[in-house]
Design a protein around this ligand. Structure first.
Ligand SMILES: Cc1cc2nc3c(=O)[nH]c(=O)nc-3n(C[C@H](O)[C@H](O)[C@H](O)COP(=O)(O)OP(=O)(O)OC[C@H]3O[C@@H](n4cnc5c(N)ncnc54)[C@H](O)[C@@H]3O)c2cc1C
Length: 460
């Protein structure tokens, strides 16, 4: 049986980076905001930790294919979303990255980024020995990457934007199954969301006390955990911030897709990465000024950007790669990961290929042969310069998936779903193109921009 229990001016679906921005800014503008987060466990505040290992309770795993390889993609499932488990490096897009976004985006992006920077305040860290060694081989190409951390603590968007502090109600363990359509007419007016019946989530073996509601909600009556069995939340406006995979699933489960003129999940982008093994002793040491050995180092202090100038890409521009000199072996920062060597990541940042999200939810990662060849050539050139063996570079992905509900195709410049009332998307799905950097800072800047548009309208 379905019960109508709750209503709000604005229901924000997903408390990842973008959901936290939207919830705070709209609450500040006077809306009654309900922020719905599927996850029920609190992420570790320990900076440097990527809690994406096999035992993690704060990620969901999505099936994916990369060529012939089957992968599973972890995504944050907690307050802060993937920003609570990610590498935390924050790089802004360059003007050329926004050239195809449409008129006004350069200015709008800069304004959004300035607002995001005030809240997140990313900080620089000393150069790691691994980065120093790689940077020395490519003079003038290294740049520092600011981190979302304060000393030993990770700063998530939930910490930085603090939606409850602005008056937003937050409900955890609240997984939205689909949208609710006024009068049952798909694609007409969205007037709320339907929650999946609550399922018991596994407790942490040691205590089960890491559930979000108890940790973050103890002093704050605005944080509540979902209780209902099958619940419709009515809202005058729904904003999807469930991440590229989650938002695609909600839109499709609600009847939006090709048949309604919404090309959802058809042209996703990603930054493919190959990992080169670095020999023991590649860098002088792994201590680079963090001091306290209990404090995990940032995985990346610097990246090195290179253009393969001798190759013209299909769009006329040379392929650009980002070298990621990971400061420690991944198993030192991913709980439960099998021991592995120190890695140098090489990622192609201006891909030509697109992937898709299949109707069964499988993510088919972009696998264009031109991108694969550019990455292979980059790996050979980099290994050669560093005197490394490239025999079997491990193919992987950067976890930068975006573009399932693009501005201009599925939503307008303010995130409104085209032809639908009361529904917006504001997460990584809307990026018109993936910038040549990690998307974290960009999705925060874009969410700030879309929130400012909606706050100016005050449609509630
Ligand atoms: C392991 C990893 C490492 C990364 N490292 C970096 C990095 O160092 N630098 C960088 O720039 N980028 C990095 N990224 C990418 C970056 O974290 C993402 O681009 C960013 O988090 C996207 O934000 P989002 O709000 O769109 O979605 P998400 O962060 O995915 O948040 C979505 C939220 O919605 C919730 N949700 C999903 N479905 C539902 C539903 N049906 N109902 C209710 N809630 C729902 C989820 O639980 C989650 O909390 C990394 C990503 C991953 C996964």
């Amino acid at each position: 049986m379905t019960a109508r229990l709750t209503s709000a001016d604005v229901a924000v679906v997903g408390a990842g980076p973008t959901g936290c921005v939207m919830a705070r800014r709209l609450a500040e503008a006077g809306a009654d905001v309900l922020l719905l987060e599927a996850g029920a466990h609190a992420a570790s505040p320990r900076a440097g930790l990527l809690d994406v290992g096999p035992e993690s309770l704060v990620v969901t795993r999505h099936p994916a294919r990369l060529g012939d390889a089957q992968l599973d993609l972890p995504r944050g499932h907690t307050l802060g979303g993937s920003g609570a488990v990610n590498g935390g490096y924050c790089v802004a897009a360059r003007p050329a990255d926004l050239a195809t976004w449409g008129p006004g985006w350069q200015r709008r992006y800069e304004a959004g980024l300035a607002r995001a920077a005030e809240r997140l305040r990313p900080t620089l860290v000393p150069m790691s020995p691994v980065a120093a060694r790689v940077a020395a081989a490519f003079p003038g190409r290294a740049s520092a990457v600011p981190q979302a951390r304060r000393g030993a603590r990770r700063v998530t968007a939930f910490d930085a934007w603090d939606p409850p502090g602005a008056g937003a109600r937050v409900r955890t363990g609240a997984r939205v199954a689909r949208l609710h359509w006024a009068g049952g007419e798909v694609g007409g007016r969205c007037d709320g969301v339907v929650l999946e019946p609550a399922r018991p989530e596994p407790a942490r073996p040691e205590e089960g006390s890491a559930r979000i509601a108890r940790e973050s909600g103890a002093p704050n009556p605005l944080v509540d955990e979902a209780r209902g069995d099958d619940e419709v939340i009515t809202a005058r406006h729904v904003i999807l911030c469930a991440g590229t995979i989650g938002t695609t699933s909600i839109l499709r489960n609600s009847g939006l897709g090709e048949s309604t003129g919404h090309p959802v999940g058809h042209r996703v982008q990603e930054h493919p990465e190959v990992l080169l093994d670095l020999p023991v002793g590649f860098a002088a040491g792994t201590d680079f000024g963090v001091g306290d050995p209990a404090v995990l180092p940032p995985l990346l202090s610097h990246v090195v950007r290179l253009e393969l100038a001798d190759r013209a890409g299909p769009a006329g521009e040379a392929p650009e790669v980002e070298l990621r000199p990971y400061s420690v072996p991944m198993h030192e920062v991913i709980p439960g990961a099998a021991p592995m060597p120190l890695h140098l990541g090489i990622s192609l940042m201006n891909t030509v290929g697109f992937g898709r999200i299949d109707p069964d939810g499988t993510v088919v990662l972009p696998d264009d042969p031109r991108d694969a060849e550019a990455l292979r050539a980059a790996a050979v050139a980099v290994a050669d310069r560093l005197g490394l063996d490239t025999a079997v570079p491990v193919r992987s992905t950067s976890h930068h998936l975006s573009g399932a509900a693009r501005i201009g195709e599925v939503v307008d410049d303010s995130g409104r779903v085209l032809g639908v009332d009361g529904l917006r998307v504001a997460d990584a799905s809307v990026l018109p193109t993936l910038p040549r950097c990690g998307p974290y800072y960009t999705v925060l800047a874009v969410a700030e921009t879309l929130a400012a548009d909606m706050a100016a309208e005050r449609p509630w």
